[in-house]
Design a protein around this ligand. Structure first.
Ligand code: HEC
Ligand code: HEC
Ligand code: HEC
Ligand code: HEC
Ligand code: HEC
Ligand code: HEC
Ligand code: HEC
Ligand code: HEC
Ligand code: HEC
Length: 410
């Protein structure tokens, strides 16, 4: 029995050795450029790292030692044309059985979704070679998952990956769509959060546009995408009088006031009845709505609260500088800050009553901080006066004592 298994192993050994010999890689390394040749790039590729080989994608027999023979050998697929790449990748990635064995957590719907995107529709429908296929976004020979820092789909690199085409005005000219998305994005609150503060929670292109499909999963329209992260504002907006009015007029929910790519840091100047408030873009005197009046009243309420907050801060800072015990006031001030933030967010309800109630409550609290801080400052001066009097008294006493001693001596 032992002898038989030994024989079996010995007879299988050459086969195993042969299968391990990957002439594709060794021969290609002999002549390819170390900087850009597929056989060198490939060390960064997830497929090779997971044990696949050149032949798994390109086909051919890796034990052969001649490229011409390789091209005649079994399963040779060669190099796919731009239009064939999706099927080339999907041979594995849409094969649920195969992928399940390799990594059950990977979805197998990339091709199906890709077909619903503008890229996929144009590639298959119009044989358009300029739209993105799988390797436009994933690169070739250095494909890596989105968590790998050098991956073309890592959040820090993805905007560049899309910009490669979308920011190239010549390349995009025939489509007549803007090419300023990357530029706008980079300067936006989101681009700043990502590139300057390394905040990977900030959305990049694919968070709003989807990876493969026309939209991110579960989204009925791109105008709902912001609510994925800014849930508070979206909820308030949905219940506001604008929700229905915007839908009827085909105004997208959030972009109408915030734009889509160049989203700037919002501020109180955005509300009100005069420029640069966004409200005046649609509301005007005598348009039959309360819009303009509400805008003016909201603006006043927020301004009043913001001013009270600033005054409270100044008073508190003075008390701190004088070394007074300000712990309670600092806590109270934090509440004021929260109330100011909440009031600004509440603007999305476009309900004046709610804003006034919240702004008033914040204002009262800010005044409380201001009054209490002023009292602390008074206390400081009172104590200082006391100290002055005490010093004077002690000095007089010392002088008197000295005079008395002198008198005793004489
Ligand atoms: C003995 C060296 C050698 C071996 C082994 C070899 N190649 Fe090549 N391969 C070349 C050379 C040289 C070229 C450049 C094209 C030519 O033949 O002029 C090439 C070209 C290619 C190309 C470009 C497309 C084409 O048809 O020209 C692909 C893809 C390729 N090889 C993949 C493979 C794969 C996959 C294997 C293993 C199954 C492999 N090669 C084995 C030397 C080799
Ligand atoms: C994940 C699949 C995959 C693997 C693995 C892979 N290739 Fe490719 N390869 C492609 C695709 C797709 C293209 C087409 C690129 C294009 O259209 O620009 C390609 C193109 C090529 C070309 C044509 C010239 C070029 O640089 O684009 C060569 C040569 C080549 N591969 C060699 C190799 C070799 C050698 C290996 C192993 C070291 C390998 N490939 C591994 C998918 C793969
Ligand atoms: C021979 C089958 C095969 C082919 C062809 C193939 N892949 Fe893969 N791909 C795999 C396997 C297996 C994995 C690794 C799964 C694992 O273990 O995580 C993988 C992983 C990936 C990943 C990383 C997934 C992740 O997030 O972890 C990407 C991206 C990817 N492939 C894209 C492509 C693209 C683009 C092409 C076409 C150029 C392609 N693949 C062709 C089998 C294949
Ligand atoms: C417009 C760019 C784009 C195109 C085109 C594209 N991908 Fe992706 N793909 C992405 C991004 C971005 C991710 C990363 C998602 C993330 O953050 O996890 C991804 C993720 C993947 C993954 C990991 C699993 C998953 O679904 O999240 C695989 C596998 C994959 N792509 C394969 C493909 C294949 C195959 C094609 C062609 C049919 C393709 N991709 C086309 C951008 C693209
Ligand atoms: C290889 C070049 C290329 C790359 C890379 C690319 N795209 Fe595109 N994209 C195009 C072309 C070409 C169109 C077609 C324009 C059209 O029909 O309006 C398009 C269309 C689109 C559209 C639809 C525009 C419309 O008409 O409303 C969106 C959205 C889009 N791309 C987003 C992305 C995102 C996000 C990425 C990166 C993850 C990306 N693209 C990567 C070339 C590219
Ligand atoms: C915060 C979400 C968000 C991010 C991030 C984002 N977009 Fe957009 N994008 C939108 C919205 C919303 C639209 C408008 C869609 C509409 O009205 O149909 C849009 C429109 C587009 C269009 C259509 C042409 C146009 O400008 O109207 C393209 C192309 C596009 N985006 C590409 C990109 C690229 C490339 C990136 C990354 C650099 C990106 N987007 C980042 C939300 C986003
Ligand atoms: C993937 C999550 C995500 C999506 C989707 C998203 N955002 Fe953001 N947004 C963020 C993060 C993270 C910040 C930055 C820092 C912060 O405010 O905490 C931010 C900041 C902002 C700010 C500035 C907030 C401030 O207080 O300075 C505005 C305005 C904004 N986003 C609007 C939008 C709009 C409009 C959309 C849709 C077109 C959108 N966001 C989509 C995550 C997201
Ligand atoms: C893109 C256009 C647009 C912008 C910008 C806009 N609104 Fe409106 N608003 C509307 C429309 C349309 C209605 C519905 C009018 C109707 O009921 O006939 C409306 C209704 C309202 C209402 C309810 C009016 C009523 O009579 O009940 C209020 C309050 C309001 N807007 C406040 C604001 C404020 C505050 C701003 C600025 C922060 C603003 N709006 C910005 C278009 C806009
Ligand atoms: C009618 C105009 C308008 C619409 C529509 C609108 N916003 Fe705003 N948004 C504002 C104004 C005005 C501010 C500034 C408030 C301030 O700082 O006083 C703001 C501020 C913000 C902020 C900063 C934090 C905060 O709440 O103050 C975020 C985040 C935000 N909006 C997200 C959204 C999202 C998400 C949507 C869509 C659901 C949306 N906005 C729709 C006018 C609008």
């Amino acid at each position: 029995m032992k002898r038989i298994s030994l024989l079996l192993i010995l007879s299988l050994l050459p086969l195993v050795v042969m299968a391990q010999e990957d002439n594709c890689l060794t021969c290609h390394r002999d002549f390819e450029d170390e900087d850009g040749g597929p056989s060198y790039l490939i060390t960064r590729d997830v497929h090779i790292q997971k044990g696949l080989s050149c032949a798994d994608c390109h086909g051919g027999d890796p034990s052969l030692e001649d490229m011409d023979e390789v091209r005649e050998s079994r399963g040779w697929r060669g190099v796919p044309d731009h239009l064939e790449v999706p099927a080339f990748c999907a041979r594995c990635h849409s094969d649920a059985n195969y992928m399940h064995e390799q990594n059950p957590s990977l979805p197998t719907d990339q091709l199906v979704k890709y077909k619903t995107s503008i890229h996929g529709k144009r590639l298959f429908g119009k044989k358009d070679r300029k739209v993105a296929n799988c390797i436009s976004c994933h690169t070739v020979h250095q494909i890596a998952n989105a968590r790998t820092p050098y991956s073309s789909t890592h959040p820090l690199n993805l905007p560049q990956t899309c910009a490669h085409c979308h920011a190239d005005a010549d390349y995009m000219a025939e489509y007549g769509i803007p090419t300023d998305q990357y530029d706008g994005y980079r300067k936006s609150v989101h681009g700043e959060a990502l590139f300057e503060n390394n905040d990977l929670g900030a959305p990049v292109c694919n968070d709003c546009h989807g990876n493969h499909g026309a939209l991110p999963p579960g989204m009925a329209s791109i105008s709902h995408v912001c609510g994925n992260c800014h849930a508070m504002q979206a909820q308030l907006f949905d219940k506001s009088p604008h929700s229905k009015a915007f839908e009827e007029n085909d105004f997208p929910a959030c972009e109408t006031c915030h734009s889509n790519h160049l989203i700037e840091k919002p501020g109180d100047q955005m509300v009100g009845n005069k420029e640069p408030a966004v409200c005046v873009e649609c509301h005007s005197e005598g348009d039959g709505t309360r819009g303009l009046d509400v805008a003016a009243a909201m603006s006043l309420a927020v301004e009043k609260l913001a001013n009270a907050q600033a005054e409270a801060r100044a008073a508190l800072d003075e008390a701190i500088a004088k070394g007074m015990m300000t712990t309670d006031e600092e806590f109270r001030f934090k509440e004021v800050q929260q109330m100011l933030i909440a009031t600004r967010t509440q603007i999305h309800s476009f309900s004046l009553d709610t804003i006034l109630t919240m702004a008033d409550a914040g204002y009262e609290k800010a005044k409380e901080v201001q009054t209490n801080s002023a009292a602390l400052i008074d206390e400081y001066f009172f104590r200082r006066k006391g100290l002055g009097l005490a010093t004077l008294f002690i000095t007089l006493l010392v002088v008197a004592l000295w005079a008395y001693i002198r008198k005793l001596e004489s």
